[in-house]
Design a protein around this ligand. Structure first.
Ligand SMILES: [Zn+2]
Length: 501
C-alpha cells in the first residue's frame, strides 16, 4: 500500500493543522447541527478529501452511541465497524465520490440527481464528495444547484475546490464554506518525520527539510516523495536526496522530449495527460523542459563540453548528445520561445495544463508561423497587399493588445497567418478546424476585428479559412482526433465563456 493511503488520517484528530475546520465540524457534529452541504476550499494536498471522508464516517459510523460518552474526537469515528472499514477501502455504497476534473461531471451530476432520492443503502446518510467542483460545466452546476435547493434529508454534500473564486454565487449561497490552509513546512516535517520513523527510513533531518520544502504545502506531495525514496538503500542524506530528485526529473524530461521530437500532438498530449494523473506539476515540467532544451541549444552551438557536461553525469550527457540529433537548431529556438510564453501564461491560466497543451499543439503544428523576426517571408508566400504588410509590421502590437484580454487567443493567432486583405475584410488562414471555431467565436472575433480596425484605420471584418497543407496531413488527422478530446472542448468552452482569460 502506498504511504499516502496507509497514513491517510482517519479521524479529525489525526489531521495535521486545519484547527479551525476541525473545530467547526466537531462542534456542529456534537450539537447535531451539521450543514447539508459544505464547500471545502483550499490548496491541493491540504487534506480536503481526507476530511470529507472522515466526515462521511462520522455521520455513518455504527458506534454512534459511544460518541456521546466520549467527547474526544480521537475515539471517533471508530474505524473498526463495517461502515468505517468499507469507507476506508472504498467499497461503501453510501459514499459517492465524483471527480469533476476528469469528466467535468455532466453525466455524474445527472445520475446523482436521479439517484439522490433513494435512501442510503446501509448508513444514515448518503455522502456526495465532488472534488475539483470548480471544473463542472455550467450545465452540471445548474443541475447541482437544483439538487442543493431541495436536498433530501438523507443527503450530505461536500464540494471540494482549489479555486473557490470560480464557484457560482448561487452555489456559494447554499453551502457552508470551510477554508483549508496550506500546510506549513513545520507541519509537513512533523508528518514526514512520523512516517519515516514508523517505516524505519534512515533519513537526515536536513534531507527531510528539503522534502518538506519540495512538497510546496501539500501533504500529499510530501508523503508521495517520501514513498518514492523509501526504496533507497542506505541512509538518505542531503546529497543523495538531491541526486535522486534530479535523476528522476532528468529521466522524465528526457522521455517527454523524445516524444515531443516526433512532432505528434496526439502522442505528446496523451503522454502529458498520463503524467498529470500522477500529480505532475506543470510549472516544474515546463521549467525542466526548457532547461534541457536550453542545454541542447548549447550543445548545438558547440558549448556542450564547456557549459553542459560539468553539470551532468557522463550517462546523462551521452543521452543529451543523442537527443540533440532529434532537434534542428531552428526547432530548438522556436520550441524554447513557445514554452517560455506558456510559462508566462501559466500565471493566468484557468486550467493549469492548458498553456502547456496549447504550446504542445503549437510545437507539433505546421511550420508556417508568423515569427516576429521574419515577417516578410509569410507575407510573400501568401499575398503582397500593402495592408497585409502593415498588419504584419504591427503584428507584435496586435498580439500584445489581445494578450491581456485573452492570452489563449493570442497563442492561437501565433499559429495563424493573414491570407488576404480587402477594403473591409481580413481573411485569416488557420491550420486546424478547431482554430477556426475558436477564432470565429463572436467574442474573439469582435476583439480581433477591433484591433485590426485600429491598425488599418477603417472598419474591418474578420473571416477565417482553413489552410491547405498537404505535407502535414497526418498532423491534421491527429488534431482532428484530439478535437474530440478534453483539451479542445475545454479550450472552446473557455473561449466562449464570459471569463476573461
Ligand atoms: Zn465506525
Amino acid at each position: 500500500m502506498t504511504f499516502y493511503l496507509k497514513y491517510r488520517p482517519q479521524t479529525l484528530d489525526e489531521i495535521t493543522g486545519q484547527d479551525v475546520v476541525k473545530k467547526a465540524l466537531q462542534s456542529s457534529f456534537q450539537d447535531h447541527k451539521l450543514s447539508h452541504a459544505y464547500l471545502f476550499a483550499g490548496p491541493r494536498g491540504s487534506g480536503k478529501t481526507s476530511t470529507a471522508r472522515i466526515l462521511a464516517k462520522m455521520v455513518n459510523c455504527e458506534s454512534q452511541e459511544s460518541r456521546v460518552k466520549s467527547q474526544e474526537s480521537r475515539d471517533y469515528p471508530c474505524n473498526k465497524c463495517s461502515t468505517c472499514i468499507s469507507i476506508t477501502d472504498g467499497s461503501n455504497l453510501d459514499l459517492i465520490e465524483i471527480d469533476a476534473a476528469s469528466n467535468r461531471g455532466i453525466e455524474d451530476i445527472r445520475s446523482l440527481r436521479e439517484k439522490i432520492k433513494l435512501a442510503p443503502t446501509s448508513g444514515k446518510k448518503k455522502v456526495y464528495i465532488i472534488d475539483e467542483v470548480h471544473m463542472l460545466t455550467t450545465d452540471a452546476f445548474n443541475a447541482l444547484l437544483k439538487t442543493l435547493e431541495e436536498p433530501p434529508g438523507h443527503a450530505l454534500f461536500v464540494l471540494a475546490t482549489t479555486e473557490p473564486g470560480k464557484i457560482p454565487s448561487t452555489i456559494l449561497s447554499r453551502v457552508q464554506k470551510l477554508d483549508f490552509k496550506m500546510a506549513t513546512i513545520e507541519q509537513l516535517l512533523q508528518v514526514l518525520e512520523k512516517i519515516s520513523q514508523k517505516e524505519k527510513i534512515d533519513i537526515d533531518r536536513e534531507a527531510l527539510q528539503i522534502l518538506a520544502k519540495k512538497a510546496e504545502g501539500s501533504f500529499r506531495d510530501g508523503v508521495k516523495l517520501l514513498d518514492q525514496l523509501s526504496s533507497f538503500k542506505g541512509k538518505i542524506t542531503v546529497k543523495s536526496l538531491k541526486e535522486t530528485l534530479k535523476a528522476t526529473q532528468f529521466d522524465d524530461t528526457k522521455v517527454f522530449l523524445q516524444i515531443l521530437a516526433g512532432r505528434s500532438a496526439k502522442d505528446s498530449l496523451l503522454h502529458l495527460s498520463k503524467q498529470m494523473e500522477y500529480g505532475l506539476d506543470v510549472k516544474e515540467l515546463l521549467l525542466s523542459l526548457m532547461e534541457v532544451l536550453r542545454n541542447l541549444l548549447l550543445i548545438k552551438n558547440e558549448l556542450g563540453d564547456q557549459l553542459v557536461k560539468p553539470n551532468l553525469t557522463d550517462d546523462q550527457y551521452e543521452e543529451l548528445l543523442k537527443l540533440a540529433d532529434s532537434f534542428s537548431h531552428q526547432d530548438l529556438v522556436s520550441d524554447l520561445d513557445i514554452l517560455q510564453k506558456a510559462l508566462e501564461q501559466l500565471k493566468f491560466a484557468v486550467i493549469t495544463s492548458l498553456p502547456l497543451e496549447l504550446a504542445i499543439v503549437d510545437i507539433c503544428g505546421p511550420q508556417e508561423k508568423i515569427v516576429k523576426d521574419e515577417p516578410k517571408k509569410t507575407v510573400e508566400i501568401l499575398n503582397n497587399s500593402p495592408d497585409i504588410a502593415k498588419l504584419q509590421e504591427k503584428w507584435t502590437f496586435v498580439l500584445e493588445t489581445i494578450r491581456p484580454y485573452n492570452f489563449s487567443l493570442e497563442a492561437l493567432l501565433r499559429s495563424s497567418s493573414i491570407f488576404s486583405c480587402s477594403d473591409s475584410e481580413v481573411v485569416m488562414e488557420v491550420p486546424y478546424s478547431f482554430h477556426q471555431r475558436i477564432l470565429e467565436a463572436p467574442k474573439n472575433r469582435d476583439l480581433l476585428e477591433s484591433v485590426f480596425s485600429d491598425v488599418l484605420g477603417r472598419q474591418i471584418r474578420v473571416t477565417t479559412i482553413l489552410g491547405n497543407r498537404p505535407a502535414r496531413k497526418e498532423d491534421v488527422a491527429n488534431i482532428e482526433v484530439a478535437a474530440d478530446d478534453e483539451i479542445i472542448r475545454v479550450a472552446s468552452e473557455i473561449f466562449n465563456s464570459d471569463t476573461v482569460n
